[in-house]
Design a protein around this ligand. Structure first.
Ligand SMILES: Nc1ncnc2c1ncn2[C@@H]1O[C@H](COP(=O)(O)OP(=O)(O)OP(=O)(O)O)[C@@H](O)[C@H]1O
Length: 247
């Protein structure tokens, strides 16, 4: 693991939402260097909003966000990206009419001289893309497009990856493949991952730590081995006492 990836991304007492609609309430946590932290919660609990707040895509009405020692609370999205926040949104962000290769090359806009090396590294992690390099991205399968979306984000040399439901709308086989890729990129590149997921079983299998949100607030924050599926089920159904501390 390189020192690039030891940076922590942290939120302190963050209130955020959309215009006047408040969604997140006094949310605080920090990522662990090189680990996979998963954010779980029922539909509408604020998981995606949390990633959007970190990227500057939701409105913050309170609190601070830091990347390492740097206060990024008021930074525009493009500066957060240039500092190394890699965001893979839930909806594919690939350019359908461009070839797979051009999509990858465009991802390297921050490091144009390093395009060939970054491209090679991305294709090593996602060999499934190699036979399709000349194909328009819209012709890829859902799973291949998801992989291209992750590979394209890797081209910015992220210090941390924020992934919003990478398994959504994929067949069970493709879900396995995407999760294997996430584990692989953590192991081979040491990039910390903040993973929002609906697929609780898979997320628990690969994550080092789990945060659960309910109605925009953190109600659980623990190492994965200290979390049970029964307990999560109770929280999702709203029948569990609030235990926000990391214990
Ligand atoms: N652009 C928006 N404007 C207003 N409200 C929004 C907007 N986007 C999301 N919301 C609302 O914010 C709340 C939290 O949504 P969010 O997408 O963060 O939840 P989530 O936990 O990721 O849900 P899911 O698992 O269903 O994707 C929901 O009530 C949603 O309707």
């Amino acid at each position: 693991m390189t020192s690039r990836h030891t940076t922590s991304l942290s939120l302190t007492d963050v209130d955020a939402g959309y215009g006047k609609v408040a969604i997140l309430s006094r949310l605080s946590f920090a990522t662990d260097p090189g680990g996979i932290l998963t954010i779980l919660g029922a539909n509408g609990s604020g998981k995606s909003t949390c990633l959007k707040a970190l990227m500057g895509l939701a409105s913050l009405t309170g609190g601070t966000i830091r990347l390492g020692d740097e206060d990024i609370t008021k930074m525009p999205v493009h500066r957060r990206v240039s500092l190394g926040l890699g965001y893979v949104p839930q909806v594919d962000n690939v350019f359908g009419d461009l070839s797979v290769d051009d999509n990858l090359r465009m991802g390297a806009f921050l490091h144009p001289q390093e395009t060939p090396a970054l491209r090679e590294q991305a294709l090593e992690l996602f060999p499934q893309l190699k036979p399709h390099l000349r194909k328009a991205a819209r012709l890829l399968s859902g799973g291949e497009r998801r992989m291209l979306s992750i590979a394209q984000t890797l081209m910015i040399k992220p210090r941390i990856l924020l992934m919003d439901e990478p398994s959504s709308d994929l067949s069970p086989k493709l879900v396995e493949e995407v999760f294997a890729c996430i584990t692989d990129l953590r192991e081979r590149m040491g990039i910390p991952v903040l993973l929002v997921e609906q697929n609780v079983t898979h997320a628990l299998r690969i994550a080092d730590r789990v945060i659960v949100l309910a109605e925009g607030s953190k109600v659980l924050d623990r190492p994965t081995e200290a979390v049970t599926l029964d307990e999560l089920g109770e929280i999702f159904l709203g029948r569990h006492p609030v235990t926000a501390q990391q214990d």
